[in-house]
Design a protein around this ligand. Structure first.
Ligand SMILES: Cc1cc2nc3c(=O)[nH]c(=O)nc-3n(C[C@H](O)[C@H](O)[C@H](O)COP(=O)(O)O)c2cc1C
Length: 191
């Protein structure tokens, strides 16, 4: 197979989350695709957020934030929070909110899975902050859990692809991670 060089942008499939903060006493939510697990123990998550957005103000002031996983039925309000800045519009009424144990980290009631995070480190990059937060609590709708843990298929979580800028549902189950590799024998098994 011949390869084509496709520039140098980031083309990995991404999660779709809403980052929640409290700014001037009001909840604000922004859509984020650049979110990743950052540390195993204690569990930490990182989000890459442009310095021009309103959200950094809330995270830097409160030292907390929330991560909310919308379901596919929430694509429209999720996209709205990624199109409109809290510096231009009040996004506090887009969703119902609830709080866990941390101040300044409003979570979205409609989201099947949410987590509250304490800011542990801020890495300043040329255009973005990389905020690293320790997850202090995870909350999930009962019918979106399996053995007391969030189940992403039941939660109907979305995946984001760039640069075609599309939201997708999770697709078909392929095989067990940390499992199917045990069947490795040689290169012939690649599809
Ligand atoms: C699908 C989607 C994903 C996005 N992901 C990010 C991201 O990872 N980082 C970022 O800085 N902006 C991202 N944005 C843009 C912000 O969500 C957008 O500029 C938002 O209005 C910022 O809100 P705020 O100013 O209230 O913080 C994304 C937008 C969309 C629609």
């Amino acid at each position: 197979m011949s390869k084509i060089k496709c520039g140098n942008n980031v083309y990995i499939p991404m999660p779709v989350v809403l980052v929640g903060t409290e700014i001037e006493g009001r909840a604000n939510f922004m859509t984020v695709g650049w979110a990743s697990r950052a540390n195993a123990n204690p569990p930490m998550i990182s989000v890459g957020i442009n310095k021009k957005h309103k959200t950094p103000e809330g995270i830097l002031n409160n030292k907390t934030f929330s991560i909310n996983i919308p379901n596919a039925g929430m694509a429209v309000p999720t996209d709205y929070c990624g199109l409109v800045s809290g510096s231009k519009a009040d996004k506090s009424g887009v969703f119902d909110t609830f709080y866990g144990e941390l101040k300044g980290a409003p979570m979205i009631s409609e989201c099947p899975v949410t987590m509250e995070c304490e800011l542990v480190e801020t890495v300043e990059l040329p255009t973005n902050y990389l905020f690293i937060g320790e997850i202090k609590g995870v909350y999930a709708d009962e019918d979106c859990t399996e053995k007391n843990r969030p189940d992403m298929k039941k939660a109907d979580a979305m995946v984001l692809t760039m640069t075609d800028n599309r939201y997708w549902r999770l697709g078909e189950f392929v095989d067990k991670a940390w499992g199917c590799g045990k069947d490795y024998s040689n290169k012939d098994i690649y599809e």
